[in-house]
Design a protein around this ligand. Sequence first.
Ligand code: MIC
Ligand code: SF4
Length: 648
Amino acid sequence: MAMTVTEKILAAHLVEGRLEKGTEVGIRIDQTLTQDATGTMAYLEFEATGLSRVRTELSVCYVDHNLVQSDFRNADDHRFLQSVARRYGLYFSPPGNGISHQIHLERFGRPGKTLLGSDSHTPTGGGLGMLAIGAGGLDVAMAMAGRPFYLVMPKVYGVRLTGRLPAWVSARDVLLELLRRLSVKGGVGYIMEYFGPGVKELSVTDRAAITNFGAELGATTSVFPSDGNTKKFLESQGRGDQWVELVADADAVYDEVIEIDMSGLEPLIACPSSPDNVVRVREVAGRPVSQVLVGSCSNSSLRDLLLVAKVLEKETVHPDVSFEINPGSRQVLENLTAQGDMLSLIRAGARVHQAGCLGCIGMGQAPATNTISLRTFPRNFPGRSGTKDDQVYLCSPEVAVASAITGRITDPRDLAEYPRIVLPERYLPGDQRIEPPRPAGEAVAIVRGPNIAPFPEMDALPETWRGSVLLKVGDNITTDHIMPAGAKILPLRSNIPAISEYVFNAVDPDLVARAGKARQQYDGGMVVGGENYGQGSSREHAALAPRYLGIRVKLVKSFARIHKANLINFGILPLTFVEPADYDTIRQGEEVEISGLRAALVAGAETITVAIAGRTVRARLEVSARHREILLDGSLLNWAAMAADAGR
Ligand code: MIC
Ligand code: SF4
């Protein structure tokens, strides 16, 4: 049978189920990655398995998010993570080394392999022809323990690329165009697979910019074939021996196909405050900007920073603009410096930061009030920058640098000449700070600071659950709304009782108090939502912290994939409306009762009756048999412990 790249990788890794769309499959995971903000919890969960070493081919523990050390907490977590990596046989990448996705692409990713990462932008690895999927920390902990990763077999969305990118238009615009056409929920339930004659026009880092940003389509992941360009990239990284060819069969069938003629693209920009709010740069050109940030895991490869440096060789940054560079990795920094291009950036007035996520997750770099911030980042969800009512636009490095020069949103085609970019035949590896795994059996003590709180206990599902509607929200609620990030809250990621105080903080600061009351009066609370609920990041804290507050049911129009999986992992019932119109009838504060719950789950019921203030609302429970067991036991960890006791 003719196969897509997606099907080839899935078939080679299938350990449970059959490759039938819509059914649950279990796949073997070759590699894992974690970053610090999700990693502390993932390793506490891994510790709970009692294993002495990871069971993957390769696992890497990166520190890239919580870099601002305004007190002991982040620094303590960094040391905890280093000791965990040493103890359990992982590679460790310390703070300042760069963003997990960029480094993984450079030093570890391999075509044809599977990668599971506790970060939603893990699909960056798809640029190398690997199946790289983002997941909650607990799923990654299970993969490190050698267990399969389960997912509903996605459909494959073929993106046929033709033509080649014109000057001043780059890979970023390809994905902005897809977001414009498909929206932030257009990829839900799909893996985006790129094919067609245009693929060969894109380098691996261009492809990675696309697969990375593809997370914003809501897709399970995105993947490119592994071809001659992939070989060239791996050779430039001194890893040519790791190349394998992997292309779709000529008559492979895609569930959907969309075509993009790259020659016809022009510079695009996502306006505040959603990545799919895309218009042509020309339509918003002239608006004054106060801040321009180039970097993040989306656009901080050597190619992107070289482009910016070359444009700035004979230019300076506008006096009203704070122009900042967040390099993707130490490798990028080293090569840029060795080629002499760092000087152009510094002379032109750029603020060059250490390699890491920084302002992309509100770890500093908050923009000034009522001003426009232009970023090459993947997300501009409201308030994520750290400034209330922010106006964050997402664009390519080309648009960013042009606007930094003029002080206004600028179509880069209005600049004089498109610079020539030459990438090294052989990169300086920049990996001298990456610690390889320690030999098995070496005694390593885990360093645990006072910020690390024990993992909360979770009770099994009751037969009858009573609660109240704590909150009703609309469509496209992000995990940034549910569990905000930023420099103040991120240091609490390893302390669930403390971080749970901030659940839905910017949406409704009284929610936590109401949840407390609902716990006294009933069993807890329910949240009601619209379409694509829980889009965005993989942070399991957006499930774990609400669960800690007693939120046991979420009833929405539809869920984003990773968040739904996280809800199940922490025993929160993910229900969807059978009749979406029922959404309109529900009011905050109403009483909820679900009876016969355990029996319904055991019987495999797909419809659950929810009594809300005496009315009956029918809800769908679309989960696998394994999920039902997890929900009944109260959490994946409870389920795994019971499975171990039962010798399963
Ligand atoms: C993000 O870009 O939203 C993050 C911060 O990288 C998250 C992970 C987290 O919340 O720690 C993600 O993308 O999964
Ligand atoms: Fe870091 Fe931003 Fe990438 Fe998330 S999207 S991994 S915060 S750079």
